[in-house]
Design a protein around this ligand. Structure first.
Ligand code: SF4
Length: 340
């Protein structure tokens, strides 16, 4: 569905510059930006995907992954088409590489999004599956309504949003999971056709704005799994965010245009977990790994399991009013006991 785009300017000769994400595309008349969903028509920029929904489902919040944000709740999850990254290992290429004429799109309004979330008895809404930044006009309108309706709101993002649109949506955005794909700009350029620095900046701004932030790092053998790089990444988490930021180290599986790389060995993930702990990260997690104990939220003071997880089943028996039941240490888990 076509609608006027936000965050762009005219730059002469019917060309426009989009400033929604850090590509800041200069777009000729009749052409699309890198994401494939924002088009210059006669010197004006339009989003072509307002309300165009490719996927919707009820997911556990743990699937995003968000472990310290309303654990055990269900979130109404939506995605559209397109992406501002071109990751070789994309796990959702059927929609991220699709164009706005994709035949499986259905139209939905922000009001219907809220109604559907309520019908499905979800406690929140997540813009996920593909990059929510490029759906800004729709997710912004929907997020405003969601907050009025008492629902929480979540982005699952590559973090390439520019500061102005992030600051615009932040009063209506409760949580964000940012995928830091490597701690190396060359990786970003070669594998994702993007840059690292804007992603880090988004995380730092999200922290400053008090949006609940969790970070995911997909560990890819031979690409971003050196001890040095992992240490640098963990040091940045502790120094520039803080040691209570939950970090999800996920296991890579061969996908899309990266089928020649094997799945991450479990030993690599265990080593990564140790590096994170040694670096001072209090809440590291391992994802896509068949060893349950690395999904639990452990009290950093006494070792009690505060939030137990097994797949998507969650036990909150070890935490009361945001504190460890054994020693009273505050565990930074957002829930009804300290709503925004
Ligand atoms: S949102 Fe799309 S058009 Fe705008 S700068 Fe990013 S990639 Fe380019």
């Amino acid at each position: 569905m076509k609608k006027d785009a936000r965050f762009w300017k005219e730059i002469g000769d019917k060309k426009v510059q989009c400033n929604l994400c850090s590509h800041n595309c200069k777009i000729d008349e009749g052409m699309f930006g890198i994401c494939g969903v924002r088009k210059n028509e006669n010197g004006k920029l339009y989003t072509i995907i307002y309300g165009s929904c490719s996927s919707m489902a009820v997911d556990p919040i743990e699937k995003k992954p968000l472990y310290h944000f309303y654990p055990g709740t269900n979130v109404f999850s939506l995605g559209t088409v397109g992406c501002n990254f071109k990751c070789k290992h994309c796990q959702n290429s059927s929609i991220s590489a699709a164009m706005p004429d994709y035949s499986c799109l259905r139209n939905i309004t922000p009001e219907q999004t809220i109604e559907l979330a309520r019908e499905q008895t979800c406690q929140g809404i997540a813009w996920t599956y593909n990059e929510p930044t490029i759906w800004h006009e729709f997710s912004f309108d929907s997020a405003k309504l969601a907050k009025k309706a008492g629902l929480y709101t979540v982005y699952v993002s590559n973090g390439y949003i520019n500061e102005d649109p992030l600051r615009e949506i932040y009063p209506f955005l409760d949580a964000i999971n940012v995928d830091v794909k490597a701690f190396d700009d060359n990786f970003y350029k070669k594998v994702c056709k993007a840059r690292l620095e804007p992603v880090l900046k988004t995380c730092e701004i999200a922290k400053e704005l008090d949006i609940h932030l969790e970070v995911t790092y997909l560990v890819i053998p031979g690409y971003n799994d050196s001890v040095d790089e992992l240490r640098q990444f963990c040091r940045w988490i502790v120094d520039k965010l803080d040691n209570i930021t939950p970090v999800h180290f996920s296991r890579f599986h061969p996908d899309y245009n990266m089928t020649d790389v094997p799945a991450t060995p479990i030993e690599t993930l265990l080593k990564t977990y140790d590096i994170a702990k040694e670096s001072g990260i209090l809440y590291p997690y391992l994802g896509n790994v068949p060893i349950g104990e690395y999904e639990n939220t452990i009290c950093p003071n006494c070792g009690n399991i505060c939030v137990g997880r097994c797949g998507y089943s969650v036990s909150l028996n070890g935490i009361v009013d945001g504190k460890c039941v054994k020693c009273g240490t505050i565990i930074p888990v957002v829930n009804d006991w300290h709503k925004k």
